[in-house]
Design a protein around this ligand. Structure first.
Ligand code: SF4
Length: 606
């Protein structure tokens, strides 16, 4: 038997979230199945990381097919659901004898996937036991059931091996380790499915936690992420922290999630000694009515005291806020921002619109609260009885302004010819490159920069025609399209024509920018104007708000530093090609905006 696991990543134009795509579910399922003797190490694998994280849709499909698996198992999350459905359907066409299965938090009663999907079987709830039952059916040549659901009596965690200790997931030098010390949550926040899925709190044996941290210390891991949603819970918190401190011999920074209200000065000291570097804390809102509606509590004094303790210990606090809660109008949202600002927590805060995740109470009560929302992931609220869509955008703008942060960093192009073996840059000024792209969709990356000659109607027309094929083969690609001209700003009509050809409005990346206060609306297909003509660039920055403007700097180009400081366009440059003093000046000007400096290979624009 050959089993293949697939977990598609959260996509970004510069693959910024790929490191977090750890196939933890596959690690747990296989470690448990191996411990029962249901699976042999030689019988399963996780799809090649490079293809999974960097390949286009066709590339992933081709790589799955090349493995000739009998069973293909997908982990479904909100950020990869739609793309996984597409990839699984395409792979099924190539592998008619293989069985496709899926599990994860998207497999919940009442969701469309339960009635229609490319999967032969779905695993519902906590996965280890139902996955083992499915394997038993496969071993006994029984037909697969449509659903394998977790039994009411959940697995005894002392029987569940840890994937890193069992060797089903690697501990990489400088890599990140993800693990749980417990499953279950004592709280029932209305927007969260975790507590429902794991209704009782169970703990892994403490020796397992210390063994993992010890092993990670010896392996030289760079970061540990404790996945418990409420790490503080339990009267043994101080003792757990002491154990972590003893085991974490190399001082690996640890990230955890907890409530600030539980942090006393003693706990703060123990956290520091355990090398907890970052704590994610949920605040959501300070409006008691909103909190009551979503079944949360908040003790202002205890929260402030906990924040102060961690700040004194120099432990980073990332505070989660939710926009669009019931009873939270624009003014209440701003009051929450003000409170966070007073606490000195604003710059690291994370603001999320309320999400109606499958199976949650919030989803059931959405109509009662007058919530307009997205049908597809991320399932965000778009307006409700207390706040309009426009006010939500204004609230995001106020968040950015108050804390001097970017809510969702706008996409920037890259000029890398390839990313881990996949073509990620195509110079479409040459027609043969456009045709190559059309003929080789499986060799493309999932994020591509296309450089186009804005003054050449022939290559632009070809590009628009080829977009149709690309959309069919790789609908989930992110495009950064750079229109090049030194003589004129591309017309609105031209921009719209190209953007329309590539746009995929239901893309998760596009929908997660829904509230970005940005004049250019497209994100999955982002339009740029690049020029060596600085005067033209500055005019474009005033006139063409449907484009991001970029100036191309070469060794010979002179520029007015004051104008650059004033307008801050994107700058494309070749590090080796410009004199050192110029490079230094550029790096100084853009010290606070490093993502706006984009390196390109020498002579790319000649
Ligand atoms: S949001 Fe966190 S605290 Fe609330 S139910 Fe979910 S896991 Fe528990």
């Amino acid at each position: 038997m050959r089993i293949l696991f697939v977990q598609l990543p959260l996509q970004g134009p510069n693959w910024e979230d790929v490191a977090a795509n750890v196939p933890l579910a596959a690690g747990y399922l296989t470690a448990y199945a191996e411990s029962l003797g249901l699976l042999d190490r030689s019988e399963w694998k996780i799809l090649d990381e490079d293809a999974m994280n960097y390949g286009s849709d066709s590339a992933v499909v081709a790589r799955i097919a090349s493995e000739e698996p009998d069973l293909v198992c997908f982990s479904l999350y909100a950020w990869n659901l739609e793309r996984s459905l597409h990839v699984a359907a395409k792979a099924r066409e190539l592998l008619p004898r293989a069985r496709f299965i899926a599990g994860g938090p998207e497999v919940v009663d009442g969701m469309p996937i339960l009635s229609r999907s490319p999967f032969h079987a779905l695993v519902k709830g906590e996965g280890e036991l139902p996955f083992a039952a499915l394997l038993q059916d496969v071993r006994q040549h029984k037909p697969l059931s449509r659903i394998y659901a977790a039994p009411e009596t959940l697995i005894d965690l002392s029987t569940l091996p840890n994937p890193y200790l069992a060797g089903t997931l690697p501990m990489k030098r400088d890599g990140t380790i993800h693990f749980e010390t417990m499953r279950g949550c004592p709280f029932r926040c209305a927007y969260c499915y975790y507590g429902k899925n794991y209704p009782v709190l169970r703990r892994f044996p403490q020796e397992q936690m210390t063994s993992i941290i010890n092993a990670a210390s010896q392996a030289g891991c760079g970061e540990i992420y404790i996945m418990d949603p409420s790490f503080q819970f339990g009267s043994d918190l101080a003792q757990r922290l002491k154990l972590i401190a003893q085991a974490n011999t190399s001082g690996i920074p640890i990230h955890t999630e907890m409530r600030l209200e539980s942090v006393t000065p003693e706990i703060g000291e123990l956290m520091k000694a355990a090398h907890i570097a970052e704590a994610e804390v949920g605040l959501q809102s300070i409006n008691q009515k909103a909190l009551e509606a979503i079944n949360r509590s908040f003790d202002k004094e205890a929260f402030s005291r906990g924040a102060e303790v961690l700040q004194q210990q120099r432990i980073l606090i990332k505070t989660g806020l939710i926009l669009g809660l019931p009873f939270d109008g624009y003014e209440q949202v701003i009051e929450t921002f003000d409170f966070l600002g007073m606490q000195g927590l604003g710059q690291e805060a994370e603001l999320y619109p309320l999400s109606f995740l499958p199976g949650t109470d919030a989803r059931e009560r959405a109509d009662e609260w007058g919530m307009a929302r997205m049908e597809l992931p991320p399932y965000w609220v778009t307006s409700n009885d207390w706040i309009s869509g426009d006010d939500m955008i204004d609230a995001v703008a106020a968040f950015e302004e108050s804390f001097d942060v970017e809510w969702a960093e706008p996409p920037a192009p890259h000029f890398l010819r390839e990313k881990e073996g996949f073509c990620s840059f195509v110079d479409t000024r040459k027609i043969e490159n456009i045709d190559w792209m059309r003929l080789n969709p499986q060799r493309l990356s999932n994020s591509i920069t296309l450089l186009a000659d804005a003054d050449d109607p022939e290559s632009l027309s070809r590009l628009v025609r080829v977009a149709r094929d690309l959309k069919r083969d790789n609908p989930y690609t992110l495009y950064q399209i750079v229109l090049l001209s030194d003589t004129r700003i591309p017309s609105e009509k031209l921009i719209a024509r190209i953007q329309d050809a590539f746009v995929y409005p239901d893309h998760y990346y596009e929908l997660t920018h829904y509230f970005s206060p940005d004049p250019q609306e497209g994100y999955q297909t982002r339009m740029f104007f690049a020029t060596r003509n600085f005067a033209l660039a500055y005019r474009a920055m005033e006139e063409a708000l449907d484009l991001e403007t970029m100036v191309i700097l070469s060794g010979k180009t002179g520029y007015n530093a004051e104008r650059l400081v004033e307008l801050l366009p994107y700058v494309i440059f070749d590090r080796e090609g410009i004199p050192f003093d110029r490079l230094y000046e550029l790096l100084t000007i853009y010290a606070d905006y490093p993502s706006m400096l984009i390196e390109a290979p020498p002579n790319l624009f000649d």
